[in-house]
Design a protein around this ligand. Sequence first.
Ligand SMILES: Cc1cc2nc3c(=O)[nH]c(=O)nc-3n(C[C@H](O)[C@H](O)[C@H](O)COP(=O)(O)O)c2cc1C
Length: 305
Amino acid sequence: MSKVDLRIKIGSLELKNPVLLASGTVGYGNEIANFTDLSKIGGIVTKSLSLKPRPGNPPQRITETPSGMLNAIGLANVGVEEFVKSKIPFLKEVNSTLICNIAASSVEEYVECTKILTSEESIKAFEINVSCPNVKEGGLEFGNDLKAVGRITAETKKVTSKPIFIKLSPNVARISEFAKVVLSEGGDAVSAINTLVGTSFNIWTKKPKIRNITGGLSGPAIRPVALAKVLEISRNCPIPIIGIGGILTWQDAIEFMIVGASAFQIGTANFINPNSGLDILKGIEEFCIQTNVTKISDLTATYQI
Ligand SMILES: Cc1cc2nc3c(=O)[nH]c(=O)nc-3n(C[C@H](O)[C@H](O)[C@H](O)COP(=O)(O)O)c2cc1C
């Protein structure tokens, strides 16, 4: 039994600890299960699920960059139906909280996916990935459009009683404005941040290193940006925040909690050390003991400015 109360609450969702595994970096949990004890992790966020299966982009889809990586996977996934049929049975065996991440190309598709998945008892919350092109609006990302983010929040809330987290794009001028819209439309939390747009070129061929030309930058390179975004939300909007972006160590995770995160997600770090979630949890617990923190949730938003 831990000396520190590691439990946290986000809306009506209770987690045994604040460590979540980030969407797209652990598949549907199955890809990492042999390398870490998923039953000890606070929760798993699935790869983004869309209504129909998606093959994703052609390779090259990933390239390493200084202190990070660029990816343009193109939301490859099995689709909600196949997910329910073939992935949920495995996830049920793992005693970890399941959060389903949803991607879509229209508001209606977000709603339809949420509606289908909400009847699955093992799914405890939804994370909505708004960093997707809105096909009906000429491909502008939902995550860049305050009205669209508000509509997605309001419409998905109507079809489920489970918590809705909106995963915000950092590629905007004032991320806190998006958090305010999510709060006012009934969203339970925001996840911040998704990847930053980046690119990289081969100097000899003069071609982009990834086929899609641009990709999403993740890893320690984005951590200061992510921390600034979380802090901005925390100072301007009273909505729970799930911090994401370049967490490699327990110190990084604590930094996110101090600037306002209630929980946090581990993404790119899983590719370096698939057990990093549990290593980070151990480090935080020891930090709490050392600094006389009895409840981990007491660390949230304790910044001194
Ligand atoms: C290979 C890869 C695939 C990803 N796929 C998704 C995805 O399907 N949906 C999503 O919301 N975020 C996706 N992300 C973003 C991560 O969940 C996370 O927000 C981002 O990588 C920043 O965290 P990190 O620096 O700890 O990796 C992906 C990231 C990577 C590296």
